[in-house]
Design a protein around this ligand. Sequence first.
Ligand code: ATP
Ligand code: MG
Length: 347
Amino acid sequence: MTDSLEQLRRCHFAVDLGAARTRVYVKGAGLVVDQPSVAAVNMRTGGLIAVGELAEQMTGRTPGYIRVVRPVSGGTVVDIDMAQRMLRQLLGERLRRTLRRKPRLRAAACTPHDADPLARRAAVETLVGLGAWRVELVDTLIAAAVGCGLPVQRPEATMIMVCGAAATQVAVLSLGSVVSAERIPVGGEVVDHAIVQYLRHAHELVLPSQSVRPLQLALSGTGLTPEGPARTEIHGRDVATGLARSVHVDTATVRNAVQAPLTAVLDGIGQVLRDCPPDLVADLADRGIMMVGGSALLPGFDHMLRAATGMPVHIAERPDVCAALGLGAMLEGRIEPVGLDLDSVST
Ligand SMILES: Nc1ncnc2c1ncn2[C@@H]1O[C@H](COP(=O)(O)OP(=O)(O)OP(=O)(O)O)[C@@H](O)[C@H]1O
Ligand SMILES: [Mg+2]
């Protein structure tokens, strides 16, 4: 185990390929890439037109010959070739040249706790295609826990919840490894979908996919909690006529639509606690749950968990980049070499 930490220390860069965003940490330089995992492809020539933010802005606005694709789905690389091309473009010529100069380029990546061998292989191959000679894989739960400063190596329980785009992972960690864990296939994407569906059914309004986030932001702060504004105006397109239309929506009903899918997360937390030895559960009552991942910022999510579990709930300082920063801390050697249960795959 300490071996793996030693191997990680020798890595030159680390990648967190998420369903929504791709983050790259380069040793000595820090977090250099944090962009959407999206590529726009010219279907006539096969060439890449744009990646990252720019490609995401093109979603739903392209002519027929341009396709906007997401090479990562559900935490797994589904299109290795496209993921490599996207990563190359995101890194840029200057960084690529710096990395190419390393004689034996080593890379690290994080993969979901329950990733199957095929998914792990896909992550490794993506980085090998980028020139890595050896690839270390780290459990996202461990990377995120390290990244948000949880004392993972101590003999006491900590509960972490990684709220990603495709899924939410809940786990209890102790002594540097995962004691019990659950993956619930509910994340930011499901919540966005619930809002779109609700507006379509209740108000016959088609909300452009890119308006979901501004809507959430309009409701943010205490917006999605009972103390927020009672009504808000939303612009979209009428289902029947296709014309632009705006409606006044009760925030309480949006809140209900969002919370319905999130209740599955509560079942996941219950399951993790049931699988966990009683001594560790006692620790958790004081320490509570640490939320990381982009969807931890979903307005009202933490309130809901607090109300339902009665446990203290904290949101990490930079929840969306915790996993990448955790990998970075391991690369830079800022982690004590006390048995962290890491995994490594060499090629
Ligand atoms: N301020 C915010 N409010 C609400 N939701 C947010 C906010 N910021 C990000 N999100 C949601 O968080 C999700 C992205 O989170 P994150 O960056 O952790 O995903 P990811 O690592 O790419 O996904 P995964 O780990 O599941 O593969 C998106 O679905 C997005 O809708
Ligand atoms: Mg992630």
